[in-house]
Design a protein around this ligand. Structure first.
Ligand SMILES: [Zn+2]
Ligand SMILES: [Zn+2]
Length: 281
């Protein structure tokens, strides 16, 4: 059985282009490219590996999208986007037919059907309050989806995101959102570590991350307390660990950018030192 993967190689793409007549650049634009180091390419932009699924053999779909046009959407392969902002529904990853229930894969000749023959365009999906999808819409727009260009522009007007590249703004929204969303403490703070530890679906984290950017810097300055509340309340180790993680991420951004985030981080470091001094005296 061949390994079906959502990461076409250049060879796959040129063959597909020759067979389908679709220009190879267009195919590249709608595909995740194989990783190089810890980066992947999504819609022509370099992104962290943690942003794209790159799973073997499994796929996720939006049934109403499939009903409109029977093709796979590249954004279904984003790690932290598990909702369709066009239809305000959660994405579907398993067959709803009780006798089947399998994870959706790539087998078969028809993207609109499960292997058992169930029609995925009619698969039940859960509606989502559109107000909670603002973060997801901003992420789509920032990653180049023109239907959400206005939301991307609005996100980039938030103080901490103003001097970031769109892909960096996406990462900031997700990393902050995952840190502040209710759930158990994640092993790696300020990371793209998958959202399995959260109480709510990932779109809620994206919503909170975008809110934190707009409520700058209040929510960001409270992240250490939010993180500490998820574990032993008095420990300042998590606070220092979170600061180091943000520093590391900022290390990948030129010094002239991420200014507001660097300044806010200095504030939280100062507060930590003051608290430690007060405890020590
Ligand atoms: Zn959809
Ligand atoms: Zn099925």
């Amino acid at each position: 059985m061949p390994a079906f993967l959502n990461w076409p190689t250049e060879e796959n793409l040129s063959r597909l282009s020759a067979d389908s007549g679709v220009p190879i650049d267009r195919l590249r634009w709608i595909s995740c490219s194989p990783k190089t180091g810890d980066q992947a390419t999504f819609r022509g932009q370099a992104v962290s590996m943690g942003l794209v699924k790159g799973q073997v053999g499994v796929r996720t779909v939006c049934p109403p999208c499939l009903a409109e046009s029977p093709h796979h959407r590249s954004y279904w392969d984003l790690t932290h986007v598990e909702a369709c902002p066009m239809h305000a529904v959660g994405l579907v990853w398993a067959c709803a037919y009780p006798a089947c229930g399998r994870r959706l894969g790539w087998q078969g000749a028809d993207l609109t059907r499960c292997r058992c023959g169930a029609d995925l365009t009619q698969a039940p999906c859960s509606p989502i309050d559109p107000d909670l999808l603002d973060g997801t819409m901003a992420v789509h727009g920032l990653l180049g989806d023109q239907r959400f260009a206005a939301q991307a522009e609005q996100a980039l007007s938030a103080v901490p995101l103003r001097d970031l590249r769109p892909v960096e703004a996406v990462e900031f929204i997700i990393r902050v959102g995952l840190d502040i969303a209710p759930g158990v403490e994640r092993k790696k703070l300020f990371s793209l570590e998958h959202a399995m530890m959260l109480d709510d679906p990932p779109y809620v984290a994206l919503h909170l991350g975008l809110q934190a950017a707009h409520q700058w810097p209040e929510t960001f300055l409270h992240i250490p307390e939010i993180i500490q509340a998820k574990r032993s309340p008095s420990s300042s180790i998590a606070h220092a660990r979170w600061e180091r993680a943000v520093q590391r991420w900022l290390g990948g951004i030129e010094t002239g950018r991420g200014i507001a985030i660097r300044e806010a981080l200095e504030t939280t470091a100062l507060r930590r030192l003051e608290r430690e001094a007060a405890l020590g005296s």
